[in-house]
Design a protein around this ligand. Structure first.
Ligand code: HDD
Length: 719
């Protein structure tokens, strides 16, 4: 039967079209019409023919009179709205936030008082640089924006997955964004910082030193949104019922731990699955494996503000967790996918200025500038000052004020009064005194001249960049060096490259040496202009800055490929798949072709994906079950050999039993390794035909480790 979208042309134009047939079949249904079942115009007119425009005769011209056609095409013509000027590519989900215990000692914010309160949230993750159609896995900062729909109004925590920022003052933001976005003359490169204008800007902005260390680390290529941290970045204020203020930094700690991709994977995923992160988020919520983060706060009293050798108002600095521990205070759970990407994820409008009583701003000059930018940008992006009426942006708290009219106004306010003070409306809506919940800004004492100047307390650009570097594991350091070599290797102007390496000398001489070596250049002297005010009183390292000691005992959300072909031994597939699924991993059976394969015992096994449509980069681990014929088939398949070789190179857990180990040998030989088979950390093998629980448990423990960078031969493998 034809579907409403089946628009094959009728052969003569006089014969009944499939839609006509469809229509008559549906006539009974029309009579029993339910909302949503019948096509209508935007005026609610029932449409009887959605296949043909109105013509003067079957072969004649289309008539201007066709109001149905004109309405449909007009709407289509305007389907696109301007994408966000930054953070254009994103993905979102609904969820809930619950505080663990009352935060009343620090803040009167109502949603942080009672552990029983469930505050609805909408979260949007994003990349910064790429446009809407770019790839998820580009090296970039990830946006982590949370809208809390509290009963006191919306609170937006518009943060990133990196705790510091490139610049100290919002006046530099347009320059930063112009530098990092594709170069304006040819719009190249997309979604990448690896080009001259970005590094030119960075090389002249030593305050960016700390941020670029994070950006060149694997933090900028997360494994999944559910495995990355989030940070409010700026210092905010908490204010309690007594009017006492303390400074606060917000953190999101992922329950699954912090895990990243490796660069080679990120690059390949951009082609094999550019939607890798958004698909992961969508699928895990659909499976009921709800991503979770704990909210953490670092609190600094007013009296302690001056105890640090950096300024709390400087967004290029973090508060090391060794100095001020993060207190875990609540949990965010994402448990519902949006129904419509455009209506919710695209139209959601965040604003760091959306705060509630009990939370206030600090004087961070980056934050202060943001307070203007976000309402302004929504006006041009969403086209109307009434964007707060779009359902995803509507507070659950009542909205009552005298703002009126404007494009696309939805609210129909009754009565003649739209001003305050008024007597004709009995004075409503009226102000609410602070003691009854009205918002009042923290009365911070101000003094000083009206000047354009940067405080001297913002001058140390390198101490924390060095702390970050020193806190990384050896492998993380290797990856940072490679990232610099890649990015600066793309730079065409030598002077730009030299200035950046010269900047690195002020972070760590060995880092600069290694990058210079990778770029085939001498280490330049430290730049004369860049201030280096290294603090004497530094921490040696802060373990929280490294990802190496993150949680490694869970495989929830991990994807495991099982490579099979005709003749596979089904017994071990079952044992391993069940054990993995019980621990929260997703298992996919991958074979050279789709359809079904015939097992050793002539049973049919349905294949989930064919080898040409996937890559090892889309999985966290691989299992190769036994079966002589299956192994021989896979060894003869270049895609299967590549799959295993690449998984080994990327440090992933690999398991094989019985003849399945032949593929490990074949892949190792094809990788040019002399020892003849992949082995060592994270490679689990068994000669048994039927694997036991211990084999499955060892494999599970290996997957939970995320990566085995200690494989000494992995770097030698080309992929
Ligand atoms: Fe911003 C979007 C995070 C500095 C101006 N920003 C945006 C989003 C995130 C951040 C997560 C995407 C929100 C969403 O998903 O819709 N921005 C940050 C962080 C910053 C920061 C953590 C520094 C600590 N931003 C910043 C400055 C300015 C802006 C200094 C301007 C002066 N940001 C914007 C914007 C955007 C935006 C142009 C683009 C789209 C939007 O707001 O809604 O207004």
């Amino acid at each position: 039967m034809a579907t409403p979208n089946d628009d094959k042309p009728a052969t003569t134009g006089l014969e009944p079209s499939p839609a006509d047939a469809n229509r008559s079949e549906q006539s009974a249904a029309v009579l029993a019409q339910e909302p949503g079942e019948i096509l209508t115009t935007n005026q609610g007119l029932l449409i009887s023919d959605n296949q043909n425009s109105l013509r003067g005769g079957a072969r004649g011209p289309t008539l201007l009179e066709d109001h149905i056609l004109r309405e449909k095409i007009m709407h289509f013509d305007h389907e696109r709205i301007p994408e966000r000027v930054v953070h254009a590519r994103g993905s979102g989900a609904h969820g809930v936030f619950e505080v663990y215990e009352s935060m009343s000692r620090y803040t009167k914010a109502d949603f942080l008082q009672d552990p029983g309160t469930k505050t609805p949230v909408f979260v949007r993750f994003s990349t910064v640089v790429g446009s809407r159609g770019s790839a998820d896995t580009a090296r970039d900062v990830r946006g982590f924006a949370v809208k809390f729909y509290t009963d006191e109004g919306n609170f937006d925590l518009v943060g990133n997955n990196i705790p510091v920022f490139f610049i100290q003052d919002a006046v530099k933001f347009p320059d930063l964004v112009h530098a990092i976005k594709p170069e304006p003359h040819h719009e190249i490169p997309q979604a990448s910082s690896a080009h001259d204008t970005f590094w030119d800007f960075i090389s002249l902005m030593p305050e960016s030193a700390h941020m670029i260390m994070w950006l060149m680390s694997d933090r900028a290529i997360p494994r999944s949104y559910a495995m990355m941290e989030g940070f409010g970045v700026h210092t905010f204020r908490f204010i309690n019922d007594l009017g006492e203020s303390s400074f606060v930094k917000f953190h999101w700690k992922p329950v699954l731990g912090v895990h990243s991709l490796v660069w080679d994977e990120a690059v390949k995923l951009a082609g094999k699955d550019p939607d890798f992160h958004r698909r992961d988020l969508w699928e895990s919520i659909n499976r009921g494996q709800y991503p979770e983060w704990e909210l953490g706060v670092q609190i600094v009293t007013e009296e302690d503000e001056g105890q640090f050798d950096f300024d709390l108002l400087d967004a290029t600095k973090l508060i090391p967790e060794l100095m001020v521990p993060v207190q875990i205070v609540g949990k965010l759970t994402l448990n519902r996918n949006p129904d419509n990407f455009f209506a919710e994820t695209e139209q959601v409008a965040f604003h760091p200025g959306n705060i509630v009583p009990g939370i206030d701003f600090s004087n961070d000059p980056l934050l202060q500038g943001r307070l203007f930018s976000y309402t302004d940008t929504q006006l041009s992006r969403l086209g109307s000052p009434n964007f707060h009426e779009i359902p995803i942006n509507c507070p659950i708290a009542s909205v009552d004020n005298n703002q009126r009219d404007g494009h696309m106004r939805q609210t129909i306010v009754k009565g003649r009064v739209s001003y305050e003070p008024n007597s004709l409306g009995s004075g409503y809506p009226m102000q609410q005194p602070e003691e009854y919940g009205g918002f009042a800004s923290y009365p911070q004492a101000l003094e000083g001249e009206k000047i354009r100047v940067r405080s001297n307390s913002f001058a140390d650009h390198f101490s924390q960049a060095a702390l970050f570097w020193r806190s990384q594991s050896a492998r993380e350091k290797d990856h940072i060096v490679s990232a610099f070599c890649f990015e600066l290797g793309k730079v065409e102007v030598d002077a730009v490259r030299e200035r950046v390496v010269s900047m690195l000398t002020q972070i760590d001489k060995f880092l600069a040496y290694r990058v210079a070596e990778g770029l085939g250049m001498a280490v330049p002297p430290p730049a004369g202009g860049a201030k280096s005010v290294l603090s004497d009183d530094q921490l040696d390292i802060d373990p929280s800055l490294s990802m190496s000691d993150t949680r490694k005992d869970s495989i929830i959300g991990r994807k495991v490929a099982v490579l099979i072909a005709d003749g596979v031994d089904e017994a071990s597939i079952d044992t391993v798949s069940k054990a993995l699924a019980a621990k929260g991993a997703t298992v996919k059976l991958i074979a050279p072709r789709l359809g079904e394969i015939k097992s050793r015992k002539h049973e049919f096994i349905k294949v989930n994906r064919s080898l040409p449509t996937v890559g090892s980069v889309m999985f966290d681990a691989v299992f190769i079950p036994g079966g002589q014929q299956s192994s021989e088939n896979l060894c003869a398949d270049a895609d299967a050999v590549m799959f295993v070789k690449e998984a080994y190179k990327h440090g992933k857990a690999i398991a094989a039993n019985n003849d399945g180990t032949l593929l490990l040998e074949k892949a190792a030989r094809s990788a040019g390794l002399e020892h003849g088979a992949f082995k060592g950390p994270g490679v689990i093998t068994s000669s048994s035909q039927a694997v036991d629980d211990e084999f499955a448990e060892n494999f599970i423990a290996a997957i939970a480790m995320h990566r085995f960078f200690e494989r000494s031969d992995m770097d030698a493998i080309a992929s």
